[in-house]
Design a protein around this ligand. Sequence first.
Ligand code: PLP
Length: 385
Amino acid sequence: MSERARIYLDYAATAPIKTEVIAAMQAASNTAQFNASSLHAEGRAARALLDEARAHIGELLGASRKEITFTASGTEADHLAITGTVRALGRSAHVVAAAIEHHAVLHALDELRERGCEVTLVPVDAEGRVDPVRFGAALRDDTALACVMYANNEIGSIAPIADLAAIAHERGSLFHTDAVQAPNWLPLDVGRLGIDTLALSAHKFGGPRGVGVLYVRAGTPIVAAIPGGGQEFGRRSGTENVVGIAGAATALELAAGAREENFRRIGGLRDRLEAGVLATIPNVRVNAGGSPRLPSISSCSFAGVDPAAALMRCDLEGLAVSAGSACTSGTLEPSHVIRAIGGDVASATLRFSLGETTTAAEIERVLAILPNAVAALRGTGAGVK
Ligand code: PLP
């Protein structure tokens, strides 16, 4: 199969970098190829660009520039928010998180556990929803931090962040949200969300890999995870990736501008995909179909299909999709998210994640390929109609 015929439906893993972003980075590299902490003219030029990108991202989030910290990834932004706030509070605290958080959050929580903190994971329902009552019941007087992701990366379920943050604040806890999957689709006004910290990753919204953004509400106690030269208001040492950061600012602006139109259009393609799958393939479960969810993620579990074989078959057929499992290291661990919603982790769950450049023709092609592929994998004949 030629490369041209391949269909990329793994935008939730990484969205392609946009041409406007590449242009912004090229322009930035002309003026900002030196160290933004240097005091000479070259350094000051880089600093000016960094300041501009910080102010721009702040504006897009409804935040001030001092509330924006750049990191090298969404993972690092989550880690800094979680370990940095709890450590700043200076006690062995209790932390609450949703059971379906990304590993970036779950493993930061493991680190806190090793430091003596107690962690409560709040279960979700069969649709991947976090129930505010259940969430509230998990909070305690000694809860320092609660974390709930804005939208889940495997099944796309959206959590009622503003409500959850308000509940956490009533109980005296800080609230962190991993909003890495949100920028293309959901409003990101930090005032409305009412959160204390929020993590983003540029490569999920058309920016470059290697740039994370952490919003930290003014006055939120936080200490650096990595000591060093004191960059980023002392929260995150290390010479800033100014060119990448300039690209991230452009990408976030483009994502915000196209958000409503993309939500509608891509949601239509996702609905067509799911209707076609359900009409032509028996024994399929659409995960989180009953939850408010991202328009871009369709997670389908195919009963009786081997997960590794399904992924391989899709790849051979020219479909770039992910399993419903944590593929951060390219391995096929059973998914904690599918487990949390009561799904069958022994069967294949495929995550089709659509993006701005996905076309209706690509979706029709997927629907032409998938029924035969699943039938072959199930050993139920050469194909289905
Ligand atoms: N959080 C969520 C919800 C994600 O989907 C991802 C990436 O898959 C991350 C965090 C980690 O982001 P990064 O790849 O920038 O480290």
